[in-house]
Design a protein around this ligand. Structure first.
Ligand code: F0G
Length: 492
């Protein structure tokens, strides 16, 4: 069923807007002419957009799809197009100068002040930490872009050596990890409080330019909050499928407040995921889980922005929590593309960290990826409580290509690491703390060396889940409104 016939009943939202009941314009089809979708399993190739056809989320063989496109420097940049192609030399070595034109383009855009003029769309794009890299993300005509803007998240030096004199508190994180040069990139500083906004700005832009009337996802809470926000911005109907009773209050509140239709499923994330894919295909709703290959393209921007913040000096390691594996796939792809374009001169090794109770990717890795594992997941880190990750094959490629590792950590280790991040004044939601727990474990095992340059990803804001692991510091004492009462508390 084509996306221009939503299949949903009339009178249920933006589906009635006649302006949206159209197939993609010839200009949109033309803009995507050199963009394709390749099956990760069998390498079959499809057009990214086919006029009159419903969007494709999987290959005919059932495999997930990966976006392929030709990167071109914008003609108005005046930079040499010769540098726009692959920066690898004939023997696979990286030509260090090849990425200079790209670096110049992105550095000029980032030099704009971090505030934006609301009267110029172009400036808005440059101020987004996703659309600043638009030539590497999506060839969308600019007026379709739906952006808050997002990205531009902090990169905190927290290592024993690199934290600097004014960061004694942050240094405790480096001490806990056992690393001299350690950074944390905080994606919880995005507009809806998680990294999902990076993929969602691209996913909702795709929905917009395809003329979709409704968008949907299954979620452990962050994707749904992000979808709800971006769908509301452009007036699309948002539908989110959540595992009932397994989504933190803060995330559920966001989806409801932003006005998405919230369907709570008696089941887990994997049940919700299975259902939403079928609903989208049969009812003509645009799917915005990371099964949608364009969302993965948006999340690549975490990698590009991080490299730019490090002045294009790639770290030795990049560490992140892993659930549905969209982020592992996206950031690994970004590093590979940055290397191929000559933006950086080596690929960081990637470490994906799972919770012990939700560790299908780890189990598979431990068998040399001989089998694909799935399980019933259980962990206090609800964001990564996923037993059958959709992006397994994409992420496997990333781990293999980057000489990466997959590690697991217990819920106790996650909570202990979260307390360290929180007490340093940075804070994060429980799933994010798997990053620090994983780093500490890998350093202790000697896999990661004390003097290696490591970047860890914090994926969600502290306020997303302000209950889990917080009991010990939940409430301070309540005292009488007198100086003596306050003094006795402070001096006790
Ligand atoms: N951290 C947080 C805070 C998340 O919300 C998620 C995923 C992950 C890590 C794992 O990332 O799935 O790309 O491996 N949350 C999804 C959601 C599943 O629905 O919000 P992944």
């Amino acid at each position: 069923m084509a996306i221009n016939s939503t299949g949903l009943q009339p009178g249920q939202g933006a589906g009635d807007d006649p302006d949206r009941s159209h197939t993609p314009s010839p200009a949109v089809v033309e803009a995507f002419a050199s963009t394709s979708l390749r099956c990760v399993e069998c390498s079959a190739l499809y057009r990214a957009i086919e006029a009159g056809q419903p969007p494709r989320y999987r290959c005919d063989c059932g495999g997930v799809l990966d976006v392929e496109m030709v990167f071109r420097l914008p003609s108005e940049s005046g930079l040499s197009a010769q540098d726009a192609t692959c920066g690898l030399g004939p023997d696979g070595d990286c030509a260090p100068s090849a990425g200079a034109a790209w670096r110049q383009l992105f550095d000029e855009r980032a030099a704009n002040p971090p505030i934006w003029s609301i009267s110029t769309d172009k400036h808005l794009l440059d101020c987004s930490g996703v659309w600043r890299y638009r030539e590497l993300i999506l060839p969308a005509p600019e007026h379709y872009v739906v952006s808050r803007p997002e990205g531009n998240t902090g990169l905190y030096p927290v290592g024993i050596e690199n934290c600097g004199p004014s960061r004694a508190g942050h240094r405790q994180i480096g001490v806990y990890a056992g690393l001299e040069r350690f950074f944390l990139k905080h994606e919880g500083e995005n507009p809806t409080g998680s990294f999902k906004d990076r993929g969602m700005t691209v996913g909702v832009t795709m929905a917009h330019l395809l003329g979709a009337t409704a968008v949907a996802c299954a979620s452990t809470g962050n994707t749904s909050a992000s979808l709800a926000s971006y769908a509301a911005q452009v007036g699309l109907r948002g539908i989110v499928f959540l595992p009932a009773g397994h989504v933190s209050g803060g995330k559920l509140a966001q989806s409801l407040a932003y006005g998405a239709q919230t369907v709570q499923i008696e089941g887990d994330f994997d049940d919700a995921m299975r259902l939403v894919e079928r609903v989208c295909n049969e009812l003509g709703v645009y799917l915005l889980n990371s099964l949608n290959p364009f969302r993965v393209e948006g999340q690549k921007a975490i990698g590009f922005e991080l490299l730019q913040q490090l002045d294009w000096q790639a770290p030795d390691w990049f560490v992140l929590p892993a659930g549905n594996l969209g982020n592992t796939s996206a950031i690994g792809k970004a590093f590979r593309q940055a290397y191929e374009l000559g933006l950086i001169n080596h690929m960081p090794r990637i470490a994906s960290i799972q919770a012990v109770g939700a560790n299908p990717f780890y189990r598979s890795y431990m068998q040399g990826f001989a089998t694909r594992e799935s399980m019933h997941a259980d962990t206090i880190a609800t964001a990564i409580k996923i037993g059958n990750p959709v992006s397994h094959s994409r992420a496997r490629r990333v781990i293999e290509e980057s000489d990466g590792v997959v590690e697991q950590v217990t819920d106790e280790e996650i909570l202990a690491a979260k307390a360290v991040i929180d007490r340093a004044g940075i804070g994060c939601e429980p799933a994010s703390a798997a990053t620090l727990a994983g780093v500490r474990k890998l350093v202790a095992q000697g896999v990661m060396k004390r003097d290696e340059r490591v970047v860890g990803l914090l994926t969600g804001n502290l306020l997303k889940d302000s209950k889990t692991g917080m009991a010990q510091q939940a409430h301070g004492p309540v005292v009488a409104p007198t100086f003596d009462a306050v003094r006795s508390v402070l001096l006790s």
